[in-house]
Design a protein around this ligand. Structure first.
Ligand code: ADP
Length: 267
C-alpha cells in the first residue's frame, strides 16, 4: 500500500501546534465533551496558552453548543478554513459548523467521515497553538482510527480518558487503554467524572453511583495509568453547558473548578 500523500501535508499544517491531545471515553454520556471543553477553558485561562478544540464526534457534535458557538458557520480564507474564536487564545472547529442548522443530523458513512477529519487536520488554519484538544466519539470507531492514521507523522502526544465510576463504564475504559497501547498513543491519564456530589447547601460530599471497590483510581493504578483526578457532579456544570458558558468562569471557587485547574496542571 502506498503511503498517504496527505500525511506530510497534515504534518506541515500542524507545525505550529505543540501538543495534540485526544479525549476518549468508553461510553457516551460520561461527560467527555464537557471535559474537553472545560480542559480547553482551563488551559487557555490558567496558562494564557493558545488552545484549539477539534470536534471529531462527527455524528454527535456537541462542542459548539457547550462552548456557546452553535450558530456559527465556517469561513475559508487564503490560508484555509478559519476556526471559530471564542477568546483571542481559544478557538474551535466542529462538523456542527458545516450544518445548515444546529438541529440537523449528520448521517455519514466511514469514507466521508474520514475525508472530513482529514480536512480538519490539513485545511484548518490553526495557527500557533500550545494545545490542540480533540473531542472524539465514544468507544473506538472509524473516527479514532482515522485520527490516529492521519496524525501518524504529525504525532499525538497522548490521550486523556474520561469515565464515570460504574463498572459498565470502567470495563470500557480498559478497552480504551488497550486501544491506546495497540496504536501506540501514550495515556496521559484517567479523569473520574461525576463520582461525588458536593451538596451546595451543607458542602458535604455524597457518592452518586454504587461504589466499586477503590473506584477509578484503583483501576488506573492496576493498569499502570496516571489518575488525573475526580470532577464532582455539579448541576451548574450541566446548566452552563446548556447555555454555552464556561463553568469555570461562572463558578470560579467551586470544588469542580478547582478539580479542573488541578487536572490541567497535570496535562
Ligand atoms: P459525552 O460527551 O461523554 O457523551 P457530555 O459531555 O455530553 O457527555 O455530558 C453528558 C451530560 O452530563 C451533559 O448533560 C453534561 O452537561 C452533564 N455533565 C457532564 N459532567 C458533569 C458534571 N461534572 N456535573 C454535572 N453534569 C455534568
Amino acid at each position: 500500500k502506498l503511503p498517504d500523500p496527505d500525511l506530510p501535508k497534515i504534518k506541515e499544517s500542524l507545525l505550529g501546534v505543540q501538543h495534540k491531545i485526544l479525549v476518549l471515553s468508553g461510553k457516551g454520556g460520561v461527560g467527555k465533551s464537557t471535559v474537553t471543553a472545560h480542559l480547553a477553558y482551563a488551559l487557555s485561562q490558567d496558562t494564557d496558552a493558545h488552545v484549539g478544540v477539534l470536534d471529531v464526534d462527527i455524528c454527535g457534535p456537541s462542542i459548539p453548543r457547550i462552548m456557546g458557538v452553535a450558530n456559527e458557520q465556517v469561513h475559508s480564507s487564503g490560508s484555509g478554513w478559519s476556526p471559530i474564536y471564542i477568546e483571542d487564545n481559544l478557538c474551535v472547529m466542529s462538523p456542527g459548523f458545516l450544518l445548515a442548522s444546529p438541529k440537523d443530523a449528520v448521517i455519514w458513512r466511514g469514507p466521508k467521515k474520514n475525508g472530513l477529519i482529514k480536512q480538519f487536520l490539513r485545511d484548518v488554519d490553526w495557527g500557533s497553538l500550545e494545545y490542540l484538544v480533540v473531542d472524539t466519539p465514544p468507544g473506538t470507531s472509524d473516527e479514532h482510527l482515522s485520527i490516529v492514521q492521519f496524525l501518524a507523522m504529525a504525532g499525538i502526544d497522548g490521550a486523556v480518558i474520561v469515565t464515570t465510576p460504574q463498572e459498565v463504564a470502567l470495563s470500557d475504559v480498559r478497552k480504551e487503554i488497550n486501544f491506546c497501547k495497540k496504536v501506540g498513543i501514550p495515556v496521559v491519564g484517567i479523569i473520574d467524572n461525576m463520582s461525588i456530589l458536593v451538596c451546595p447547601k451543607c458542602k458535604n460530599s455524597s457518592v452518586i453511583f454504587p461504589p466499586i471497590a477503590g473506584g477509578v483510581e484503583k483501576v488506573a493504578v492496576e493498569m499502570g495509568i496516571p489518575f488525573l483526578g475526580s470532577i464532582p457532579l455539579d448541576p451548574l456544570i450541566g446548566k452552563c453547558c446548556d447555555n454555552g458558558q464556561s463553568y469555570l468562569e461562572s463558578s470560579p471557587d467551586s470544588p469542580a473548578t478547582k478539580a479542573y485547574l488541578n487536572i490541567c496542571n497535570k496535562i
